[in-house]
Write a protein of this length. Structure first.
Length: 365
């Protein structure tokens, strides 16, 4: 049996706790050798909780001391470039949170370095692996819509409503909706309908933020955005993502999707409680659109009772995202959500910001 993949983790936040360690901590082909965080006590508590290797507060020291085969980078956006390049230079494969860097040029620099080194990479556009989205992709690829005309995608959540300070809404630290929710939606739109060649953006900053921990005011960024994207095929899409929406649900978010073509229509909703549903009607058939049951092979044994249970199972018991990246490393194969894809999404997101700066002008990508 091959030696386990030796993985180090940069970042000890709730996301590393809830996403990455549950996915890999108990895999027989993985040895989590270290974790690095800014706070020594928190980093030590993290490695103790997961019964993994040593804790570090110095990322470079972690790389030098443990010489990992692979590194998961789950830190703030501003750290992604340097940490990724250091990991690649140390000979490691890399999974880096999105957005990859603070600019499209940083993301491209990361992609170029990975390609030169032969590093196996992944950008975790999480929602790509949810069953309803996998089924939408299959239906579109199988021709349900015929010639694609347009799609509308809505991501409504409320985590920005309280106004508490977070770097996610501070431009000085790489915050903003384009890099956060926007990259998810841009990735899915491109995955569903093909290459995006233009973008037009309208944004708002509705909620005033508390001061930074040092008492200085944050640099405001959008908490709601609407993008119109043009596809290479001639189709277009309207993407709305907002973090100031009260949905009143336990998970606090709702995803909705509509797509039309000359052959039919698809609708989908994921309310992050109990509904994860795809509906469709073919051209010429009577409506309304009927539920299209998600096939068993797409569920892949995951629970269907609540969306959150599905979500847990997808990332903790199937070869999705982090586990798929590990499999790719073991098999010495590229992933289909690599740094080249992430860099392209970063370029589109940057074009959206350019549209805002140009008062909503259409920007070619």
């Amino acid at each position: 049996m091959p030696a386990p993949v030796r993985v180090a983790v940069a970042g000890t936040s709730w996301w590393a706790d809830s996403m990455y360690l549950p996915a890999i901590a108990n895999l027989p082909n993985v040895d989590v050798v270290a974790a690095a965080g800014r706070d020594a006590d928190r980093a030590q508590a993290f490695v103790d909780r997961w019964e993994i290797g040593a804790a570090f507060t110095d990322y470079a020291e972690m790389l030098e001391s443990t010489k990992p085969d692979a590194v998961i980078i789950a830190t703030a956006n501003a750290a992604h470039l340097d940490q990724t390049l250091m990991a690649i230079d140390a000979g490691a494969h890399v999974l880096c949170e999105k957005p990859m860097g603070l600019s499209a040029d940083e993301a491209q620099q990361m992609a170029n370095a990975a390609a030169k080194a032969g590093a196996i990479t992944m950008v975790p556009f999480t929602y790509r692996w949810m069953p309803s989205n996998l089924y939408i992709k299959r239906l579109i690829d199988d021709g349900w819509l015929g010639r694609n005309f347009h799609l509308t995608m809505r991501y409504f959540t409320g985590f920005a409503l309280d106004g508490e300070y977070t770097w996610r809404f501070d431009a000085a630290h790489g915050g903003g909706m384009f890099g956060d929710l926007g990259t998810h939606w841009l990735y899915l739109a491109r995955w569903f309908f093909g290459e995006i060649t233009s973008v037009q953006a309208t944004v708002r900053s509705f909620v005033e933020r508390d001061p930074r921990p040092d008492g200085t005011p944050p640099e405001p960024v959008e908490d709601s955005a609407v993008l119109t994207v043009g596809f290479e095929s001639g189709a277009y899409g309207v993407l709305h993502f907002s973090a100031v929406c009260w949905e009143g649900t336990s998970f606090g978010q709702v995803h909705e999707f509509d797509a039309h073509g000359d052959g039919g229509t698809l609708h989908a909703v994921n309310d992050w409680q109990e509904t994860q549903e795809v509906r469709g009607v073919r051209r010429g058939e009577p409506g309304p659109a009927k539920v299209l049951p998600i096939p068993d092979d797409i569920w892949n044994g995951c629970r269907r009772d609540t969306v959150h249970n599905t979500y847990r199972d997808v990332f903790r018991s199937t070869p999705a995202m982090t586990r798929g990246w590990i499999d790719a490393i073991v098999e010495d194969q590229p992933t289909d959500v690599d740094f080249a894809v992430g860099a392209r999404i970063a370029r589109i997101a940057e074009a959206a910001q350019a549209s805002v700066d140009a008062n909503g002008a259409i920007i070619k990508v």
